[in-house]
Design a binder for this molecule. Structure first.
Ligand code: TXA
Ligand code: MG
Length: 366
């Protein structure tokens, strides 16, 4: 299959492909997504195949406006509307209860002519999207091209991050093509992603609401609106044998380049010094460090892959760069990767979470 690279002017074509049950790489403000019509079970199945994604990992649905929540969700708590008003369109995914069909609606469906877009399950969203859960993740993205495509397609778009399962998420059309060329119909180029890490996932089916994945909206921002917010244990540490995360995707090895990663956490000066001390004197060790410390690792007689995460104090820049830095290491022949890491404040929680997962939680404190 040839994968078309579409430009802004070809948004309509991207929407037509989605409506026709095809897969399209779509830009969002967080990361690129691998989109399909979220009401078409066959199209959604194709997402899992293209990514190599485990079947038990549900997808989130992208909608053009908060008003669409009522089409697909039930028992929507008032907090969901408050959050939508404050943070949508934007990098927040809310987990809500799925709307169910009445017995009569189900009966009517069964008597209607069968078409490939129809599914007969008890929930209005196909089980292919929710992995059979009774809840669904809903997100209203902010990227103008993304919004235009969803509005033109007129359907909720199911989209996981557009990477091959387990790899760092794509933050440019180039990343998206690197993983999906030949496997999907098109990629819509919307430029580099402004946020760079995925959306924050908040479960609103429990009290207090629970942060399942840190992302573009910070924990502090959520607390400001909601008061108390619980933080799922899977956000900060690796789960033990038999422990089940509430976001099924959090249990998988993720974001990982080929070479093993060691995260060195703590005061930036001390962390940089630690890495410098433990770095092998060969070119087989790669480094991802804050901008200020680049001179410590470049120059000298060994040329090794070194990527900047951006300035130590600029977490927004670190979020934009983190996946590109991890991906860049796969373009080299490094055998080990050392990595600096921000503290957990603000966007640091999301950046640190991605780095820690890339490292399989192999973290050294200094
Ligand atoms: O920013 C984002 O959220 C991007 C862009 C494309 O919108 N999408 C994204 O999707 O990151 P994905 O599939 O890579 O990550 C979604 C996560 C997975 O870990 C999944 O397990 C979790 O959300 N998830 C989806 N539905 C859920 C549900 N009903 N309950 C709990 N977790 C859910
Ligand atoms: Mg993902």
């Amino acid at each position: 299959m040839e994968t078309l690279l579409l430009t802004e002017k070809e948004t309509e074509q991207a929407a037509r492909l989605l409506r026709g049950g095809r897969l399209v790489g779509i830009p969002t403000e967080t990361v690129y997504g691998l989109g399909a019509d979220g009401l078409n079970p066959m199209a959604v199945r194709a997402i899992f195949q293209a990514k190599g994604r485990p079947q038990d990992n549900p997808l989130i649905l992208h909608i053009p406006e908060a008003g669409w929540l009522e089409r697909y969700c039930r028992d929507i708590p008032p907090a969901a509307w408050t959050l939508a008003e404050r943070f949508w369109p934007g990098p927040l995914t809310m987990v809500l209860s799925c709307k169910r069909r009445t017995a009569r609606e189900l009966e009517e469906l069964k008597n209607s002519p069968v078409c490939s877009r129809t599914h007969f399950g008890p929930r209005v969203i196909p089980d292919e999207v929710t992995a059979g859960l009774d809840t669904v993740g809903m997100r209203c993205p902010a990227h103008p091209l993304c919004r235009a495509v969803i509005a033109a397609a007129g359907v909720p778009v199911a989209a996981p991050s557009g990477n091959t399962s387990g790899k760092p998420s794509p933050t440019s059309a180039r990343h998206m093509l690197a993983d999906m060329e030949g496997k999907i119909d098109a990629v819509l180029d919307g430029g580099p992603c402004a946020v760079g890490v995925e959306s924050t996932i908040l479960d609103l089916t429990c009290t207090p609401p629970r942060l399942l994945r840190p992302g573009g909206i910070t924990l502090e921002q959520l607390e400001e609106v909601l008061g108390e917010v619980a933080v799922d244990v899977a956000v900060r540490r690796q789960l033990g044998e038999g422990e089940r995360p509430r976001a099924p995707g959090m249990k998988y090895r993720h974001y990982a380049p080929r070479a093993p990663v060691t995260v060195v956490k703590g005061d930036p000066e001390r962390a940089a010094a630690y890495i410098r001390e433990h770095l092998s004197r060969t070119r087989w060790d790669g480094v991802i460090c804050f901008e200020e410390f680049l001179p410590l690792f470049t120059g000298g007689d060994v040329t090794r892959p070194v990527m900047s995460l951006g300035p130590a104090a600029d977490k927004a820049e670190q979020a934009r760069r983190v996946f590109d830095a991890l991906r860049a290491m796969d373009g080299t022949d490094v055998k080990r990767i050392w990595c600096q890491c921000p503290d957990d404040g603000g966007l640091g929680l999301a950046v640190a979470n991605r780095l820690n997962k890339a490292a399989g939680f192999h973290i050294v404190g200094v």
